[in-house]
Design a protein around this ligand. Structure first.
Ligand code: GLN
Length: 482
């Protein structure tokens, strides 16, 4: 059996025709991981025992079934910030290095109902704060297309696992770009759903008004299958929504109008990336789609606005990690002189540099005297960014942009310069602030490194943006994965 670039649909057909068993398939993936992940570092934990057990059980049940759900028996990988019952969940942090998830996240519950096989938990930047997976407290992940390069982040482990053929799909989470940017860097498809489309229950919180779980897959078809399985209202997440009103995804190509924002082709964008994106847009134009230049005038304020809002929310969400009720203790209470010392030692040792930077930034923005000048103002700017999109969507149906200004950068290249690291999310962050759905699809390569294009839709148009992604066709270069 050849698992290279195997899609969910192919696996489903193969299982139905009894060409291979779930156990054979699972073993194949696990062996590849064990052989090759030493060089990549995509996985924090391989759940081999559980995966093999589940595979055997699935084989038994489907041997009696003519038809079964398309995700049944499909091996996948889960970002290690999403809880899987009984399995360690670290969020890439030393603070949670011994934390065993006591329950399943809603998305996991839903995937288990479809009977997927979970192969393991993937590496990430600590608490999903970062763009390169170098902020993992354990080890960095490498880009399978070039081991000197980062896979992007924070869902770098999931993207690298997929690009290395270690799984058939993966789950990531996206707060400001963490599904789309690593998908772009690793040459896979990554969907950030509309805020509220997927339950956040069981996702360790970073910035609750922005966090969303989404699929990473080889093709838009596969991403759609996974999205369909995980979406929907959940009474355990009050920000999740009913999706009965999913907009119609049927349209005629000639009727589609695509907006290309002029603010996204600015100084600082790699000329090769710009060329590849423009060629991809041209391809759509040749197919009869109308292309129009649009303006999203508040784009330049999105990045500072995001770093205030996301850090403020992070400072509140991460306040619970004290090493007493939450997280590993680095300072036994019996050895401390005061309770303050316990908090200080635990938080100083438990969190990494980037997380501490965000907590300090966020605490400052929320403090009395600075709240109005920073947090409140950022909320107002967020509204303006959202309005830009609303206005643009009165004229066009979808918006095309680059996912990131550059292809994957070198390991270590940006670790000492947080601002340049933050800039790698400049094109994904506005979409997050506006809560819109967007997909990253591979549209080319420069010097062997993949480049992704971002397709943005109106709220709850994830089906439609995936249809647009499918139009790009086989030339999406998916086939060239390692
Ligand atoms: N790179 C961005 C950050 O560091 C986005 C992270 C994310 O989407 N989780 O905040």
């Amino acid at each position: 059996m050849n698992i290279k670039n195997i899609s969910i649909l192919k696996i489903h057909q193969g299982l139905k025709k009894r060409e291979f068993s779930v156990l054979e398939l699972t073993k194949e993936f696990l062996e590849k991981i064990k052989r090759e992940d030493k060089d990549i570092g995509a996985f924090l934990e391989i759940t081999e025992k559980e995966a093999l057990e589940e595979a055997r059980k699935i084989d038994q049940t489907i041997s009696k079934e003519k038809d079964f759900p398309v995700l049944t028996g499909v091996p996948c990988a889960i970002k290690d910030i999403i809880l899987v019952k009984g399995i360690r969940c670290t969020a890439g942090s030393k603070f949670l290095k011994n934390y065993i998830a006591p329950y399943d996240a809603t998305v996991i519950k839903k995937l288990k109902e479809q009977r997927v096989v979970i192969l393991g938990k993937t590496n990430l930047d600590e608490f999903a704060m970062g763009s390169s997976t170098e902020n993992s407290a354990f080890f960095p992940t490498r880009n399978p297309h070039n081991l000197e390069r980062v896979p992007g982040g924070s869902s770098g482990g999931s993207a690298a696992a997929l690009a290395s053929n270690f799984c058939a799909f993966a789950l990531g989470s996206d707060t400001g770009g963490s599904i789309r940017q690593p998908a772009s860097f690793c040459g896979v498809v990554g969907l950030k759903p509309t805020y509220g489309a997927v339950s956040r229950f069981g996702l360790i919180a970073f910035a609750s008004s922005l966090d969303q779980i989404g699929p990473m897959a080889r093709t838009p078809e596969d991403a759609e299958i996974v999205f369909e399985a995980i979406k929907g209202k959940d009474e355990k997440d009050s920000t999740s929504l009913y999706l009965d009103y999913l907009r119609d995804s049927k349209f005629k190509i000639q009727d589609i109008k695509i907006g290309v924002p002029k603010e996204y082709f600015i100084k600082g964008i790699d000329p090769q990336v710009e060329k590849i994106i423009k060629e991809a847009i041209k391809k759509y134009e040749e197919r009869g789609v109308k292309i129009e230049e649009i303006s999203l005038p508040h784009t330049e304020y999105a990045l500072p606005c995001y770093y205030i809002i996301a850090s403020s929310e992070a400072s509140a969400n991460l306040a619970r990690y004290d090493g007493i009720r939450y997280g590993t203790s680095f300072c036994p209470v019996s050895e401390a002189n005061s309770s303050l010392e316990v908090y200080l030692v635990n938080r100083a040792r438990g969190f990494g540099e980037e997380v501490k930077r965000r907590i300090m930034l966020g605490t400052y923005s929320l403090s009395a005297g600075y709240y109005d000048a920073y947090y409140l103002r950022a909320q107002k700017v967020r509204r303006l960014v959202k309005k830009d999109f609303e206005q643009a969507f009165r004229k066009v149906d979808f918006i095309f942009t680059p996912v990131a200004p550059t292809p994957a950068f070198k390991l270590g290249e940006k670790t000492n310069d947080p601002l340049s690291m933050y800039l790698s999310d400049i094109f994904t962050i506005p979409v997050s602030l506006a809560g819109l759905p967007a997909v990253s699809i591979p549209v080319g390569k420069t010097e062997g490194l993949p480049v992704g294009m971002q397709i943005i839709g109106k709220p709850f148009q994830e089906k439609a943006i995936l249809e647009i992604a499918k139009l790009y066709g086989d030339s999406g270069d998916n086939s060239e994965n390692c």
